[in-house]
Design a protein around this ligand. Sequence first.
Ligand code: BGP
Length: 470
Amino acid sequence: METTNQGNNLTYRFPKNFWWGSAASGPQTEGAAATDGRKASIWDYWFSIQPECFHNQVGPANTSNFYHQFKEDIQLMKETGHNSFRTSIQWSRLIPDGVGEVNEKAVAFYNQVIDELIANGIEPFMNLYHFDMPMCMQEKDGWESREVIDAYVNFAETCFKLFGDRVKYWFTFNEPIVPVEAGYLYNWHFPNVVDFKRGALVAHNTIVAHAKAVEVFKKLNLPGQIGIILNLTPSYPRSQDPEDVKAAHIADLFFNRSFLDPVTKGEYPRDLVEILRERDLLPTVEAGDLAVIRDNPIDMLGVNYYQPRRVKAKEEPAPHDAPFMPEHLFDPYIMPGRKINPHRGWEICEEVIYDIMVDIRDHYGNIPFFISENGMGVEGEVKFRHEEGFIEDDYRIEFIQEHLKWVHKGLQEGANCLGYHLWTFMDNWSWTNAYKNRYGLVEVDLTNNFKRTIKKSGRWYKRLSENNGF
Ligand code: BGP
């Protein structure tokens, strides 16, 4: 595909030094799960006891083989126009027992990845937690335990000291609400608990762990910046009827502002606290927790955007004896005519990315942020194989363009957006969906030694980045 608008003739031009790249995570790409001293995370353990919970029973042992192919991959990042790339350090690789001895082989691996990225002109962005609790820490009750908070902060400090001379952009967590929803509310992920109050404790303790890691980072006085990556799902009411509007407000409190407010403004939204207090659902807050949250706002925010949340006022009240769920306060609303990605079941609504930008500009002090994930998972992409061998994924190019048009508009209107990272660089392992839906700019052939082939979108992404627009 040729871009018609090249060089000076661009319709959408982005600011100088805009970050073009992609995001991935250690557990979804490294593979080598039992290699060089790494120990199990909850994913390895869960797969060992319930492989049927994973698409085609494909587990996390050999995800995409980045551990062995990272040099080749970094060349492919160059070929697909990356000037920045995010991955995560696996706690279970760096400190296999959760606390204590640091695994020197893991240090060597992450050092090589970081150095190789920098040598190729790609800025490394490092995240410290991507749903991947070490199993030994889960055995101590995971995020319900204060001991695990301390262990995580020690892990974070170890990472800052080992790699902070070169990594300038750090993130404490990716989508910290997902382990709460998936692990403690909706029974999607291990430990498969359904208990709102325990979920609330997991959420609070995660935020405390985040704030303490930020505090440690600041004390070390390193050259970089630190933030967190949140998946924002703006809530839209079915109508402007006050009951629908209220339902949307409540959904927003639970699913966005529960994390966004404490990490940026240093406090929980008062109306959320009230809703929980009235129902006796507030988690235990220990002395000093609120102060550490208040005193450690982030430097910059990563925003993962995939889909909006549409809600309406409750039609039937929830049964009295049912254990509390957020959906007792609103109903999901299926908007007629919505556009859906049928492979993932997620709505595609591009202008929402602009609404997020305006919200951050107007209600969050216009803090620096970037789009840290956005992307489209498609099943059965091999049917789009071109006769020359690459996957002709025009739908992905269009998906990116349509979102970028709105990012561009937000930028023109003053939003402080520093870049755009696609989910993801190469096809990788997507949790319980395993390799069902493919998101990459680069194809990974699982039947042929993880062979990489750049897709049409990857070639297009390079031109996008080189032209700094389209
Ligand atoms: C985000 C996660 C990623 C990635 C992506 C795609 O929520 O941060 O890890 O998996 O979603 O979603 P999925 O893999 O569920 O299709």
